[in-house]
Unconditional design. Structure first.
Length: 130
């Protein structure tokens, strides 16, 4: 494997995967107080293992996508996207450091494009789940 691919692999694993795992582990700890942590603590206490897993899976996926977009936003991962018509988009520059926010926001990409369940912990309107 080329050194450049190894560098990408290392950054991807450390900045995305490891960060998502560390943050998810913290959300499971008794010290965590955020909305995700409170939801997970409730689910761990009151749900079956299968229901608990169904509760945390979308949050963990969203956490992982968030850390990928955050790494792009802050320039740690410099990625270019090629559209179907061949246009090249510099995600760090053209994303204006907002990709992670555009993904998670109440009216963001997740809400607009996902066909799967998610929880919006900071809804701008009435319903907090989808």
């Amino acid at each position: 494997m080329e050194p450049e691919l190894k560098e990408f692999a290392k950054l991807l694993v450390q900045l995305v995967r490891d960060e998502a795992i560390q943050n998810s582990d913290f959300s499971l700890s008794s010290q965590a107080r955020g909305p995700t942590a409170r939801r997970w603590q409730q689910a761990a206490t009151h749900q079956s293992p299968l229901e608990f897993a169904r509760t945390i899976i979308p949050d963990i996926v969203d956490e992982t996508v968030f850390y990928l977009l955050n790494a792009i936003d802050n320039g740690s991962l410099k990625l270019t996207f090629a559209t179907q018509n061949g246009t090249q988009v510099d995600l760090t520059k053209d994303g204006h450091g907002e990709l992670a926010g555009w993904y998670l926001g109440s009216d963001g990409w997740r809400a607009a494009y996902s066909k799967e369940r998610f929880v919006d912990d900071f809804p701008t309107s009435g319903d907090a789940t989808s």
